[in-house]
Design a protein around this ligand. Structure first.
Ligand SMILES: [Zn+2]
Length: 414
């Protein structure tokens, strides 16, 4: 597998040379550079005993037919954010291709179960603000009515951008036909965070994707003159919001993997000579455990009411967005740990804070697992995103072992 992993790294570099400029990767979904990346991908299928097609949502499917139609699916995404890195998404697709090639060679083109490689369309949502586009269409959780009117920064409509790539917005739900015979889904991805590097471990088994609670919290006080209003007579909406911004740290830190972020604060009237009469703050809370997430949400609400009262203010909450946690399949998570241990000796289990296509696949009821490889400095969505090549090789080798175990598992259940 080592030689295969090496050539996969060479392919990733080739893709980088083809689709990056001085600012980073530019494989923005539904753009000419993205189409170029996909056309390049197809040139790597020549001489392989596979079939290829695009589904109704623009997902790219490469199929190696096996003795059984029951399929192991490997995948990730070739699209990137603007000025993105060389590994986010691309590693899972090209690493998956290396594994598919290895399986094709081992079984002389006919493995016991079918093996499919998917490149999901528009995972990032960087252009139209709709992440997990292709995988949600596959899973049947797409939101066409809400997405139809989306436009990019130039005013171009999502519907028109899709049409230019041969995708009809009203038909994307037909991507759900691809779920037929799906036995399991595996995705290799860079961690995009600092946990594995901090533990000095190359690889980790992902427990699932965290649930998210995202809220707008508005504190109402009293606008007043900054010169004439004594300190003890103020109803300062920012003071209440500031107390909450600090309090979310202990709220999150009571749980090992939870995170809470106040990412935006707006003050009104927002001038240097007025006490803040209204303050709008956003809160993003995440955890893999639904009970922990619910408890953190409740605690933040209770604390916001306490701080509002202390500052002579009132507070209102409105939900911006939420999504349930998606734990991965326990058997496959165990296989993933075994594959990692067999490859590098030591494994670690960790939840994923970012969402991934794998969460949509899992939500559709398909047994799913993810393998993370260490990200240097935890940086992603940036051209400096990087992983040691030695770790990339180990990641592809571990994915190969995980795929072999999972194929056995699918075959045993037929
Ligand atoms: Zn990604």
């Amino acid at each position: 597998m080592q030689g295969d992993a090496r050539s996969a790294i060479d392919l990733l570099k080739e893709l980088r040379a083809l689709t990056a400029d001085e600012y980073g990767a530019q494989r923005l979904a539904w753009s000419p550079v993205w189409l170029k990346a996909r056309a390049w991908f197809q040139t790597n299928l020549i001489e392989l005993p596979v079939e290829h097609h695009y589904d109704a949502a623009g997902n790219s499917w490469t199929t190696l037919k096996g003795e059984s139609e029951k399929a192991l699916i490997l995948g990730s995404h070739l699209d990137s954010v603007p000025n993105g890195g060389w590994l986010d998404g691309a590693l899972g697709v090209i690493g998956g291709l290396a594994v598919l090639k290895r399986i094709a060679a081992k079984y002389h083109g006919k493995p016991p179960v079918t093996v499919r490689l998917v490149d999901w369309a528009d995972e990032e949502g960087a252009r139209f603000g709709r992440s997990l586009f292709g995988s949600s269409a596959f899973a049947g959780t797409q939101t066409i009515e809400a997405d139809r009117g989306r436009t990019d920064s130039t005013g171009k409509r999502l519907e028109d951008a899709l049409a230019e790539c041969g995708v009809k917005i009203d038909e994307i739900g037909d991507a759900g036909f691809e779920r037929k015979n799906a036995g399991a889904y595996l995705e290799l991805h860079i961690e995009q965070g600092p946990v594995l590097e901090g533990l000095n471990l190359p690889l980790g088994a992902v427990l699932g994707t965290k649930g998210v609670e995202r809220h707008m919290i508005t504190f109402y006080g009293q606008e007043a003159h900054s010169g004439s209003t004594p300190m003890n007579a103020r109803r300062d909406a920012l003071a209440a919001a500031a107390k909450l911004a600090l309090e979310i740290r202990p709220i999150a830190m009571r749980h090992p993997d939870a995170v809470c972020t106040v990412g935006s604060v707006k003050t009104f009237p927002g001038i240097v000579t007025a006490v803040v009469g209204r303050c709008e703050a956003t809160l993003d809370q995440r955890d893999l455990n639904a009970d922990v997430l619910a408890a953190m949400y409740k605690e933040a609400q209770t604390k916001s009411e306490q701080f509002a009262k202390e500052e002579g203010c009132t507070v209102e909450w409105s939900r911006i967005w939420n999504i349930a946690a998606e734990p991965f399949h326990p058997t496959l998570v165990n296989f993933c740990e075994e594959a990692i241990r067999d490859t590098v000796g030591k494994s670690h289990r960790l939840p994923s804070g970012p969402l991934h296509d794998a969460a949509e696949v899992s939500r559709a009821g398909i047994p799913t697992a993810m393998l993370f490889v260490q990200s240097l400095k935890g940086i992603s969505h940036n051209k400096i995103e990087d992983t040691r090549e030695e770790h990339l090789e180990q990641a592809i080798a571990a994915l190969d072992k995980l795929a072999a175990k999972t194929m056995e598992w699918i075959k045993a259940a037929i």
